[in-house]
Design a protein around this ligand. Structure first.
Ligand code: GLV
Ligand code: MN
Ligand code: MN
Length: 414
């Protein structure tokens, strides 16, 4: 008989609102950088809720948290669900958190409905999906999927030069980083609920997005070194202004991303750090952090190569030094047809409208895909707005997502 979970949307909305108040920035802005005080308080809040739901908590050496609802057959690999609770500076309240607190409410709704899963259901709260602190996204899931080695993780530093290894130990996550990687089969299947972070579902009045593929993200760090000097004394001929050179590279990326002709290609420079950063001083050094994505990995790589060529060309023409470092270049992820079929059946059963779509943002699911079949379930967000304080998903949208998530977890867990 089909299970009929009753989602307590009032409780979930209150918990999302309470989590949003745990922030380094003034509400409604949400800033929760990994291993910050706000991140640690948010973890404590969510762990407390998991304990109230009688889930067994485990934490790995980098802080990935696993909250398990034990199934009837301990031999069977669990079904995973979850997302992240870290937030970029000045973000909103729903990115990641809907998958974590919504995943928890899905479990609670199944518990209330008297469902007894055969497979355990595990809620996973991944460490640092956002690249804010260490410059690389999906840190926890990337390590779980062995895409980032323990040695490479140890080499990561934040802007102040603090190493990941020290910071995570200081935050209370002990054990060796070698223990974070998990084997294939650790999860039978994994399903992540998330806001769309794009406008399509809301525009079309559709309740749910069934994600068939996750776009391939890449990041190239570019350092331009020129010649500093007095902004008044040094005349224009012969200048080697690092920022003027970097400006050409920013525009080169924009033009490369536009020139593929595909709406799926996007290129962004989100960080431009200028040294010495004084109004009357010619910039001598600039660091750019770029973000390039596409649903087609080869096309994304074309943009990446084009950008490297532009770096070489600008360096010669302007007499500056340009060095590049590839931070990551991840392949696109294909979602699992079996989980998608279960999602479709659950959406139909719940009388919800849905469409298949691709995820243009990246997600922890991309890296869980290295060790288990994955899929994602999207709900609309107003105006497609995300990574901004005015990010918003209505109770109705969230409730529909959690309802279908719960039904699907029940199908998958048996
Ligand atoms: C994740 O937040 C992303 O930038 O896609
Ligand atoms: Mn995000
Ligand atoms: Mn997210």
């Amino acid at each position: 008989m089909a299970i009929k979970p009753e989602v307590n949307i009032g409780l979930l909305a209150d918990q999302l609102a309470a989590l949003a108040l745990i922030s380094e920035a003034e509400p409604p802005q949400v800033t929760r950088v990994v291993f910050s005080d706000a991140d640690m308080r948010a973890r404590a809040y969510v762990n407390g809720l998991c304990a109230e739901a009688k889930l067994q908590l485990k934490v790995d050496a980098v802080g990935n948290t696993f909250a398990r609802w034990e199934g009837g057959n301990a031999e069977l690999a669990p079904i995973g669900t979850g997302s992240h609770i870290d937030a970029i500076p000045n973000a909103g309240s729903y990115d990641g958190t809907v998958g974590v607190l919504g995943g928890l409410e899905a479990i609670r709704a199944l518990q209330r409905a008297g469902f007894k899963p055969k497979r355990s259901i595990e809620l996973v709260i991944f460490t640092a999906e956002e690249p804010t602190r260490f410059g690389i996204g999906c840190l926890g899931s990337r390590m779980m999927g062995s895409v980032l080695s323990p040695a490479a993780a140890r080499a990561l530093r934040d802007k102040e030069g603090n190493g990941l290894d020290n910071l995570r130990r200081h935050a209370g996550f002990s054990g060796e980083l070698e223990t974070v990687a998990v084997r294939t089969g650790r999860f039978h299947q994994f399903l992540e609920l998330h806001i769309e972070q794009g406008p399509l579902l809301e525009e079309r009045g559709i309740d749910l997005g069934l994600v068939t593929a996750i776009a391939a993200p890449a990041s190239l760090r570019i350092v331009v070194e020129g010649e500093g000097g007095h902004a008044g004394g040094k005349l224009m001929p012969g200048r080697k202004d690092a920022l003027a050179a970097a400006a050409e590279l920013i525009l080169a990326l924009e033009s490369l991303a536009r020139s593929t002709g595909a709406v799926d290609t996007v290129g962004t420079v989100g960080i431009c750090e200028v040294f010495p950063g004084a109004v009357n001083s010619i910039p001598s050094k600039v660091r750019l952090e770029t973000d390039i994505r596409d649903t087609d990995g080869a096309r994304r790589d074309g943009v990446l190569e084009g950008l490297k060529l532009a770096c070489a060309e600008v360096a010669v023409r302007r007499g500056v030094t340009v060095t590049t470092e590839l931070v990551n270049a991840d392949p696109p992820t294909l979602c699992d047809v079996e989980i998608l079929a279960a999602l479709e059946a659950s959406a139909k059963e719940a009388d919800r409208t849905w469409q298949k779509m691709v995820a243009r943002a990246y997600h922890d699911s991309s890296f869980v895909a290295c060790i288990a079949p994955v899929a994602m379930l999207f709900i609309p967000c107003r105006g497609g707005v995300s990574h901004r304080p005015d990010e918003y998903a209505s109770r109705e949208w969230i409730g529909a997502g959690v309802d279908v998530l719960a039904r699907t977890l029940a199908r998958l867990a048996g």
